[in-house]
Design a protein. Structure first.
Length: 188
């Protein structure tokens, strides 16, 4: 389904959920379920547990839809944050030692923001923005650019990038963090 050809109003869907419209929740699930499962899976690391997190998160979305405030942020971001917090609560409650550093949380937030952006963008605007992104990426040092591409395009963890590039983990994290900051400034 082409998101640009089929715009979806998350804010309106959440409002409909708050009014008791089960179909609205179903539409959110159909549109975002697989991506939200990916978010949960990246945090809890077990598929069955991620599926449980997603189920519980959708119950929470249904029950708390009335508390969503569009003035405080986008509906899609709110949905992703409900899933992320549900997954983090499961990890905390299980006693497992799973560390999500600030960069990992930022990466999840960046991915949700990218999905939100893709769902709202005009195809012509997207082409222009991709050209600008290519220009901004070209301004980065090659090592930083490679780390960002490995992280955000290929989905590698920071540890995998450090291994592939034979670079210390702390350096990889710093390069990605600084590189993303530079990209955000360049794209603004």
């Amino acid at each position: 389904m082409n998101a640009a050809a089929d715009p979806f109003d998350y804010d309106a869907a959440l409002g409909a959920c708050a009014r008791g419209d089960h179909q609205a929740l179903q539409r959110i699930y159909e549109r975002e379920g697989r991506y939200l499962l990916g978010v949960a899976l990246r945090i809890v690391r077990e598929r069955a547990q991620a599926e449980d997190v997603l189920h519980d998160a959708f119950l929470s979305i249904w029950q708390r839809a009335g508390s969503f405030d569009a003035a405080r942020g986008a509906g899609r971001g709110w949905i992703y944050s409900v899933v992320r917090h549900a997954a983090l609560n499961v990890v905390r409650g299980s006693g497992r030692d799973v560390r999500l550093d600030e960069e990992a949380v930022e990466a999840i937030d960046d991915q949700a923001a990218l999905q939100n952006y893709r769902s709202r963008i005009d195809p012509y605007e997207l082409g222009a923005d991709l050209g600008r992104l290519d220009t901004c990426l070209g301004r980065l040092e090659p090592a930083r650019r490679d780390c960002i591409v490995l992280a955000y395009v290929e989905g590698c963890s920071h540890g995998e990038i450090a291994e592939r590039t034979q670079t210390p983990l702390g350096t990889v994290k710093a390069w990605i963090q600084r590189g993303m900051r530079a990209l955000r400034e360049c794209m603004a």
